[in-house]
Design a protein around this ligand. Structure first.
Ligand code: TXA
Ligand code: MG
Length: 326
């Protein structure tokens, strides 16, 4: 349930970790850092804890959640890995890749976390603190991004508290998340592996391992397989205008590289995702810069063009959702 007591900030040492694990095993909610974004963790085997995640986030409906595990062996107890899923797990885990596979016969992730699907989304994060925590909990931990539904994903503990203070028991404060965009989600169900969400592992790297292109999501006539992928998402308060060539009245500017839009001098606030044009740096800065530009009070955030290859695909995807009609 949503409590009214303040959320505790736990330190990233042995004591903080032990306390976070204890709370999770008790069915309480604890946000923790992964290499991508902070997750809002709850015991994935405990229906009440999982219901609490949806309530704290104010998710409009029950989207399936990603179950986080400390290693591949633990993941294989929850999901059935075919040869391609295994290959991807062995190559990219631990790391920012989530695999959707058929649920294992004797899986212990609860039905509510799967939102009634017979597949399960599994992830072994690379962040040391996350894996130590998962090992200490000893159960799969369900964790969507630790923001209120529809808002920008959190990449530090202050972002988490801004959205969820008083709604969760604690946040394990491990500083800023190095990748900055969520994991890439690939479904390995029937047929060819499918890219459900671009993210921290570039599509090109996955296709190189598979030796062929990933299938696009939502091919004609198919049911949507990632029900949580709403068009409008990651939305700051300000409107977002993409591929801007010039700065208009009452706009803040989000730059990339050395290009400068016309009328930059009139921008209310200016930030650069990566002055050197590095896409990894841009991904790491994306969500916190959107928050800072939003806080400037500008009516609109004008975003310069950003290349679409590598991590640029995930950046473009998040920006398109931030700019979508609400
Ligand atoms: O990097 C990340 O993935 C972060 C960190 C905390 O690990 N987590 C995250 O979770 O982004 P969330 O809940 O914000 O996004 C999970 C997405 C949702 O769009 C959901 O619909 C999809 O994964 N998903 C989960 N289970 C699925 C399934 N069985 N089939 C298809 N899509 C699924
Ligand atoms: Mg999210």
């Amino acid at each position: 349930h949503i409590g009214s007591t303040a959320t505790r900030r736990l330190t990233p040492d042995a004591a903080g970790l032990a306390e976070a694990a204890r709370l999770l095993r008790e069915g309480r909610l604890v946000a923790f850092p992964t290499e991508t974004v902070y997750g809002l963790g709850g015991d994935a085997t405990n229906g009440a804890a999982v219901a609490g995640i949806y309530a704290a986030k104010e998710r409009p409906r029950f989207n399936p959640l990603i179950a986080h595990l400390p290693d591949l062996a633990a993941a294989r107890r929850e999901g059935a890995f075919g040869p391609e899923a295994l290959r991807l797990a062995e190559t990219f885990w631990p790391g920012p890749l989530t695999l959707v596979v058929p649920r294992a016969e004797d899986a212990c992730v609860c039905d509510l976390a799967l939102a009634g699907l017979d597949s399960v989304a599994l992830r072994v994060p690379a962040a040391r603190l996350a894996r130590d925590l998962l090992r200490a909990v000893g159960r799969p931990v369900a964790a969507p991004s630790a923001n209120r539904s529809g808002r920008v994903s959190p990449t530090n503990a202050d972002h988490v508290l801004g959205d969820l203070d008083g709604r969760i028991a604690a946040v394990l404060d491990g500083g800023a998340c190095p990748v900055g965009v969520e994991s890439t989600i690939v479904a390995c169900l029937d047929g060819d592996p499918q890219l459900l969400r671009p993210g921290g592992v570039p599509r090109e790297a996955i296709e190189a391992v598979l030796g062929r292109p990933l299938r696009a999501p939502g091919a004609a006539g198919e049911a949507p397989v990632a029900p949580g992928l709403l068009a409008s998402h990651y939305a700051p308060r300000a409107a977002v205008r993409l591929d801007a060539a010039a700065i208009g009245e009452d706009e803040a500017a989000l730059l990339f590289g050395e290009a400068r839009p016309a009328g930059l001098a009139r921008a209310r606030f200016i930030l650069n995702l990566s002055p050197s044009g590095d896409l990894a740096e841009a991904a790491a800065n994306l969500f916190s810069m959107l928050r800072r530009l939003d806080a400037s009070g500008a009516a609109t955030i004008a975003v310069m063009p950003i290349p679409r290859h590598g991590l640029g695909e995930a950046i473009a995807d998040r920006l398109a959702r931030a700019a979508a009609p609400r």
